[in-house]
Write a protein that binds this ligand. Structure first.
Ligand SMILES: [Zn+2]
Length: 258
């Protein structure tokens, strides 16, 4: 597994077109391009898991202790993807639209609510596909009434509780067999902002990794997983202060890890 050593320039912008390719959806003109993986053949559904602050370097450091993400990156691919923003909201909007921040124009939570840009879950739902979004409350509110399953989680609750709740709701949503699922985990980023140090980051990452294991075991075997960070660490002593900025991106077929 030396994908990172012979790396073509992948980007977070490639996530939406890659998911669209698997789901058989046409996207409007966007900035990314689909990554066509043989491993995605036979997959009908997409589970996109966004992990806040999962920079590429950070995942490489954590990976020896993260059994589930490590297994997925071995059966699938672990890529280094160019980050489009150092902030959560515009980065997630780019992940979900395939557009650069200057093209989607979503820079804060209010902008996300007002935007008329169609993101992947809306496009999938408009094509009659069942979708689930499990996200921080403000992000989830954008999808209320537009897609089938929406679960908002307040980010005021302790981060471990947020991530456990995201895991529980994601597994519950997967029982409905959505074509597209988008789920979001917050613990690593919160741990960094709370100044919990390396041990705190490790603990948060371990919890998220256990959640991913549970989610993969719950998803059916036609599910393609895309796990990615929104930006590299953007605060605290581990903050990356100069480019290039990369996030981790794992692409793998579910259940294949067994
Ligand atoms: Zn973030």
């Amino acid at each position: 597994m030396t994908a990172q050593e012979t790396m073509p320039p992948f980007s977070q912008l490639d996530i939406a077109p890659t998911a669209a390719l698997i789901l058989g959806l046409q996207l409007p003109k966007i900035d990314g391009r689909p990554i066509d993986f043989a491993v995605a053949r036979g997959c009908k559904n997409v589970a996109l898991i966004i992990i806040d602050s999962l920079g590429y370097d950070l995942l490489m450091w954590l990976l020896p202790t993260l059994d589930n993400m490590r297994d997925l990156s071995i059966v699938g691919q672990l890529l280094r993807a160019a980050a489009v923003s150092n902030h959560t909201t515009p980065a997630i909007a780019s992940i979900l639209s395939g557009l650069l921040p200057e093209h989607h124009g979503i820079f804060d939570k209010a902008g996300a609510k007002e935007s008329r840009i169609k993101s992947l879950p809306e496009i999938a739902a408009a094509s009659g596909q069942s979708c689930a979004v499990i996200m921080e409350q403000n992000g989830a509110d954008v999808y209320q009434g537009l897609i089938e399953i929406v679960h908002g989680i307040p980010d005021s609750i302790p981060p471990q509780n947020f991530d456990r709740e995201a895991c529980r709701m994601t597994c519950q949503a997967l029982l409905e067999k959505p074509r597209l699922l988008v789920s979001y985990f917050i613990g690593i980023d919160k741990s960094i902002h709370l100044g919990n140090g390396l041990e705190g980051i490790r603990e948060a990452a371990s919890l998220i990794d256990r959640c991913i294991g549970e989610i993969v075991r719950t998803a059916n075997d036609e599910t393609f997983f895309i796990i990615c960070g929104d930006h590299p660490i953007h605060a605290g002593p581990l903050k990356r202060t100069r480019g290039p900025y990369y996030v981790a991106m794992i692409l793998a077929k579910g259940k294949a890890q067994k």
